[in-house]
Design a protein around this ligand. Structure first.
Ligand code: NOJ
Length: 595
């Protein structure tokens, strides 16, 4: 925790977070945040430990990010979403926070953070902090205090006795049968506290009790502290889990499984909207025109519409999981996947486009630090099709209505990696899943196959800057191995090649900035049931934009009369040159302006 000081317009003092003692550099270099600025913005996500290492310790850091800001400026993005850089024991790579008001030494210092804010703002780039307040680290002082019997903070977390008639700490004694996201029960018996505590994620991530108003005020104070420091918004981690039922009861179980899905029991709880509106007012989120995006597993178009309706003072947008769950088996078998049905994917995005057309706003993403690489999952990462499929996927995403998110390396067409065995993985989710599944008798090869396609470590391999030692990411030994394809897939090569994924993405971002129809146009899906072609129009004030894309590795033909005549249309961006006929090469896409 840093030193307290006097109040500013955006911040108040409290015992939990205090304002910067002098005006921090980030706040001094201000950026314009006009009302609704995020509607034509593009966000770039940085996963700091994998972005750029400045000191050779093998882990990315804030000075490394600063050194590469020009890459982002050239790409033209408006905002950086910074995955957590706060003080943390790193059980879940920083999503377990021990001090919200300081930077982990692995990533740098608070002064480095101020410098990042200032340097980004100088380039017109805003910064979103990752706000992880469904849970803290078990090393956070709040939790350390809370576990003391009789503590004034006892009620800040979810403490419960063992199930009636069970010996505490024995299997089945947990207060409910909920499974944690990272394998095993979602409750841990704490000897010192003499009670179980709830942790929907790892044991080192105890869930905060948002029913307690002191918890909420402590979170809001911390957020005001960051606003005063100069940040431009928040990406809110699993924010739709914060309102839990006060009566915690067992979840339904399936197929004789002992544990049930706790996520379903807590998602989109009855006070969620109230808490978000309270936060909005208490922090001044709308007042300061801050960007707010809520990560919401289990959210639907209806919940998103309510929460992003400006009248309700909730969030600007949410991250849905519906489209990234289409190729997954049911929960509990997360690493067993089913083939992706393109029609289902198109129809799903369409339902969000139409559902949020009049009220609310969409976020648009293919991947992030929790998902496989987009080109390997939705495209074709073979050498033959990698580049075209990465470009076409980008065209499809960016031509939807909403705020697009580019995950680091997506602009290079970075792919999933190949690990030889479980010892190559670093993610707690993958390691726990492997131990649990193999421990229960699953075939180790099958477990590894599931991890190969869907493990989060796929997205977390170091950023590929060039073809030198360790892809230019570090001079040391990287915390997670570099993808061997860095020799050909890297930023230096992409930036040098005018026909690359990088420049294609750059042009898409520029189109959004230049043409209001890209940001605001009314959406219509064409050829909705076509298993290869993704076609859509966007219309605004008499101007229509048309995207026609072959989302497959086979040639495709646009059926007669299915889309408008493009013979005189302006071709804005294409993957295969100025071709206007009905035949599409594998992964060919074209964007036209019709008039
Ligand atoms: C969602 C984050 O994106 C993920 O990386 C993390 O493990 C969980 N929430 C828990 O914070």
């Amino acid at each position: 925790m840093t030193t307290p000081s006097s109040a500013t317009a955006a911040a108040t003092t409290s015992d939990t977070a205090s304002e910067p003692s002098s005006a921090p550099a980030g706040a001094l270099v201000t950026v314009e945040r006009p009302e609704g600025w995020w509607r034509n913005a593009v966000v770039y996500q940085i996963y700091p430990r994998s972005f750029a290492d400045s000191n050779g310790d093998g882990t990315g850091d804030i000075p490394g990010i600063i050194a590469h800001l020009d890459h982002l400026a050239e790409l033209g993005v408006d905002v950086i979403w910074l995955s957590p850089v706060y003080t943390s024991p790193m059980d879940d790579n920083g999503y377990d926070i021990a001090d919200y008001s300081d930077i982990d030494p692995l990533f740098g210092t608070l002064e480095d953070m101020d410098e990042l804010l200032a340097q980004a703002h100088r380039r017109g780039i805003k910064i979103l902090m990752d706000l992880v307040v469904n849970h803290t680290s078990d090393e956070h002082p709040w939790f350390v205090e809370s576990r003391q019997p009789g503590s004034a903070k006892r009620d800040w977390y979810w403490w419960r006795p063992a199930r009636d008639g069970h010996e505490p700490g024995t299997p089945g004694a947990e207060p409910t049968n909920w499974v944690s996201a990272f394998s095993g029960p979602a409750w841990h018996w704490d000897e010192e506290a003499g009670a179980y505590y709830l942790h929907l994620f790892t044991r080192k991530q105890p869930d905060l009790n948002w029913e307690n108003p002191e918890v909420r005020e402590a979170v809001y104070a911390m957020m005001r502290w960051w606003v005063a420091r100069g940040v431009d918004g928040f990406r809110m981690d699993v924010i739709n889990f914060i309102s839990k039922p006060t009566e915690l009861v067992d979840a339904p179980t399936q197929d004789g499984q002992p544990l049930g899905d706790g996520f379903e029991m807590v998602a989109n709880g009855h006070r969620l909207q109230e808490f978000l509106a309270e936060m909005n007012v208490a922090v001044g989120l709308d007042e300061h025109h801050l960007l707010t995006v809520g990560e919401m597993p289990g959210s639907t178009v209806e919940t998103a519409r309510t929460l992003t309706d400006r009248a309700n003072r909730g969030l600007n947008m949410v991250f849905t999981f519906e489209h990234v769950n289409l190729d997954r088996g049911p929960r509990g078998s997360k690493f067993s996947h089913v083939p992706l049905d393109l029609v289902a994917l198109k129809r799903n995005l369409e339902s969000w486009q139409l559902g949020l057309a009049e009220v609310g706003w969409n976020s648009l993403y293919w991947d992030n630090h929790d998902q496989p690489r987009a080109v390997s999952r939705f495209g074709d990462d073979s050498p033959e099709h990698r580049s075209a499929s990465a470009k076409t996927l980008a065209s499809v995403l960016h031509m939807h209505r909403g705020t697009p998110y580019v995950y680091q390396g997506e602009e290079l067409g970075m792919t999933n990696t190949q690990f030889a065995g479980i010892s190559d993985y670093r993610d707690v989710e993958a390691l726990n899943y492997h131990a649990d599944a193999v421990g229960r008798g699953a075939d180790p090869e099958a477990v590894l196959a599931g991890l190969a396609s869907h493990s989060r470590d796929n997205a977390r391999t170091p950023m590929q800057w060039d073809d030198t030692h360790q892809a230019g990411f570090t001079e040391g030994i990287p915390w997670l191995s570099v993808n061997p394809n860095y020799v050909t897939v890297n930023a230096r090569a992409e930036v040098a090649d005018p026909g690359s994924v990088f420049h294609h993405t750059r042009k898409l971002i520029a189109l959004r900035h230049e043409l209001p129809v890209v940001a605001e146009g009314r959406f219509a899906l064409l050829l909705g049931d076509d298993p290869q072609i993704w076609a859509l129009t966007r219309t605004l004030e008499g101007r229509t934009l048309l995207l026609v894309a072959n989302v497959s590795s086979q040639p495709a033909t646009v059926p007669d009369g299915a889309v408008a005549d493009v013979s005189t249309a302006q071709l804005l961006l294409a993957t295969h040159g100025d071709r206007r006929g009905a035949d599409l090469e594998p992964w060919e896409s074209r964007i036209f302006l019709l008039g």
